[in-house]
Design a binder for this molecule. Structure first.
Ligand SMILES: *[C@@H]1O[C@H](CO)[C@@H](O)[C@H](O)[C@H]1NC(C)=O
Ligand SMILES: *[C@@H]1O[C@H](CO)[C@@H](O)[C@H](O)[C@H]1NC(C)=O
Ligand SMILES: *[C@@H]1O[C@H](CO)[C@@H](O)[C@H](O)[C@H]1NC(C)=O
Ligand SMILES: *[C@@H]1O[C@H](CO)[C@@H](O)[C@H](O)[C@H]1NC(C)=O
Ligand SMILES: CC(=O)N[C@H]1CO[C@H](CO)[C@@H](O)[C@@H]1O
Length: 582
């Protein structure tokens, strides 16, 4: 009865319904984008998970000052434990770290403590440190049941706080836990290292949700700094951290609709560049001849960004003090000109520190007019002078905006990386090769891109060891193969039953395949020694190219994207057909 509806079976209705849903998924971004800049109409969530309160140390854990036992007040003890937890790290020996820590620690002390503790070098944190080490050891030794209990508790918290409702979708929240207090570390020799990263309290926190939603409750007896309803932004929770004064946010998980949409737009912008890049190139070539110096400089910089995938300016990490540069901030000392080098003409040699202090070194022949212009820019300058003295990042970015809506130097990188991946995949994939060979081809294409983007790394510390392990496996497999081959031969000469013969043949084949797979892995790992594939995969390569390739050649998706990456690129896995062209 229920199954029959006007002649249509329940199942055909279901199919029609599913097709309807699937087709609406494909186009929902185009449909749902609002024109007034609002990102949502309804937003409901449970707020952040605050760091657990401080638990004072048990009485047997002692702190000594100048060899004498000293009981610290809870606030002073808490900050002391942050230091004690880091005692085995080299940076607690650094002068800057100790000085900053000591200064902030004193602010938490009672006046009595302040008068007693006057020299950090007389503080003995050993027992605290030992206590935390023992605790972490105990955690490792926990029984299965205890571990399971913790896992279940985490799952419960995830279910309660890890999701929000944005419009009609339940969405995963990125990181909904507020970082516990501790000592600031920073990169490299950060001048603020050792400073106290304060505990974030409800009174520091701004909640963003819609008016008509159930507002998150602050812990009993506390209140939020503010609850606002700003649908022009996508964050749910924000606060200001005390070290750099920067604003922190809790946002949606990368797999969420709104993040996926942002990602999608980024690659659509790069595809728009593909359509007009020839026009832009013609334009900057023309500008190399301009009467105006600023126009020439701009045009040469643009050529570098296009051809070398350089970054625009100094996009420094917060607090990064190293002398890193980008295209606009290149100095005379960063380039050398060679009218002739070996059998090439007009060679420019680049040598500078780029983002994250990664060295950029490259020798490349340029067009004659670029070379002549560079000679002109260098005239009467000192090594530490700017190469492009009539240019800065904001001027260049403004110019890029005028050339194409949404254009930045990064779009050139995204475009070049994506188009290169697509070309390399076409070139390197042979239709008849095995799946492991195809995966090797994919990784080679990905490596070509990483090299282009200068995503190098130091060889991992464990590299030699893991190569050795792999080699041992290969040797064993080789032995096994010889043995099975011998058996097969033996079987043939003895005219054994053909059934036995066949299964031996199969065994040889299987071993051969396993051996080949291991050898492919070894080649891959060796070639990948000093290259980081993750960055380009995550940030510069249109995932639809990879998804299309995977679908076309029936390669398992998890060989190309791990779990986190599959979540981030869920939109592309949904969308891209095997004939997708960037
Ligand atoms: C620090 O205290 C521990 C005992 O808690 C002791 O063994 C150690 O010798 C002390 N270190 C110094 C430098 O006084
Ligand atoms: C991409 O960059 C490389 C080198 O950086 C350059 O040779 C190539 O022309 C660029 N390709 C495209 C299509 O822009
Ligand atoms: C870039 O140069 C322009 C014009 O010379 C100037 O107005 C602007 O302040 C500069 N911007 C920066 C960030 O230096
Ligand atoms: C997936 O790969 C990325 C590198 O791109 C890595 O950071 C991440 O931890 C990996 N995730 C899993 C679940 O293996
Ligand atoms: C403290 C904080 O998060 N401030 C931000 C709130 O959102 C507005 C935009 O709606 C930003 O401009 C603020 O910086």
């Amino acid at each position: 009865m229920v199954r029959c509806l006007g002649g249509l079976s329940f199942y055909s209705l279901l199919v029609i319904f599913l097709i309807h849903i699937l087709s609406s998924i494909h186009f929902r971004w185009e449909e749902e984008r609002s024109t007034d800049g609002s990102k949502w109409k309804f937003l409901e969530h449970k707020g952040p998970v605050l760091a657990p309160p401080y638990e004072p140390l048990p009485g047997h854990v002692r702190f000594f000052y100048d060899g004498k036992l000293l009981r610290l007040s809870a606030p002073a003890e808490e900050v002391a434990t942050f230091f004690a937890k880091m005692l085995d790290h080299e940076y607690t020996t650094k002068e800057m770290f100790r000085k900053n820590f000591y200064k902030d620690w004193r602010k938490e002390m009672t006046s009595e403590e302040k008068s007693k503790i006057t020299d950090i070098n007389k503080c003995n944190f050993t027992e605290m440190s030992e206590y935390f080490k023992a605790q972490s050891e105990a955690r490792k030794q926990m029984s299965k049941d205890e571990k399971l209990k913790i896992k279940e508790e985490n799952e419960r918290i995830l279910q309660e706080y890890g999701f929000c409702v944005m419009d009609n979708h339940k969405e995963r929240i990125g990181n909904f836990r507020i970082e516990p207090p501790g000592l600031f570390r920073g990169r490299g020799d950060h001048p603020k290292m050792g400073m106290l990263k304060r505990r974030i309290r409800p009174e520091d926190i701004i909640i963003n949700c819609s008016k008509d939603s159930k507002h998150p409750k602050p812990p009993q007896g506390t209140r939020w700094k503010e609850v606002r309803h700003d649908n022009k932004v996508t964050w749910l929770v924000s606060w200001t951290e005390n070290i750099q004064g920067s604003i922190k946010y809790i946002m949606l998980n990368p797999s969420s609709r709104i993040k996926g949409e942002k990602d999608w737009q980024k690659y659509e912008t790069a595809r728009r560049l593909k359509k007009c890049v020839e026009r832009l190139r013609a334009q900057y070539r023309e500008d190399w001849k301009s009467k105006e110096m600023r126009v020439r400089q701009r045009a040469v910089a643009l050529y570098f960004i296009d051809k070398l995938a350089l970054r625009a300016g100094n996009e420094k990490e917060e607090g990064e003090t190293a002398d890193t540069v980008g295209c606009c901030s290149l100095r005379v000392e960063h380039i050398k000109l060679y009218p002739k080098m070996d059998d090439q003409e007009y060679v420019v040699e680049f040598d500078f520190l780029g983002k994250d202090s990664i060295r950029y070194y490259n020798k490349m022949p340029v067009e004659k007019r670029v070379f002549k212009n560079l000679q002109l820019f260098l005239e009467n300058k000192q090594p530490e002078d700017d190469l492009f003295d009539r240019l800065n990042t904001s001027i260049l970015n403004k110019h890029l905006q005028e050339l194409m809506d949404g254009l930045t130097a990064k779009v050139f990188r995204t475009y070049n990386a994506s188009i290169t991946l697509q070309q390399q995949l076409k070139e390197l994939t042979s239709p008849d090769e095995s799946i492991p060979a195809k995966i090797l081809s994919y990784n080679r294409a990905n490596r070509a891109v990483a090299i282009l983007c200068n995503h190098q790394r130091a060889a991992p510390k464990t590299f030699e060891k893991s190569m050795q392990n792999l080699q041992t496996k290969i040797d064993e497999k080789q032995k096994q193969l010889s043995a099975t081959r011998k058996q097969l031969k033996g079987a043939k000469t003895e005219h054994k039953a053909s059934h036995d013969d066949r299964s031996k043949k199969k065994a040889v084949q299987r071993t051969e395949e396993q051996l080949m797979k291991l050898q492919m892995q070894a080649t891959d790992r060796e070639e990948n020694k000093q290259i980081a594939l993750g960055t380009s995969k995550l940030n510069y390569l249109d995932p639809r190219i990879s998804v299309a390739w995977v679908k076309k050649w029936d390669v398992p998706m998890e060989k190309i994207y791990n779990k986190t990456q599959r979540e981030k690129f869920a939109w592309a896995i949904d969308m891209a057909e095997e004939d997708y062209e960037f």
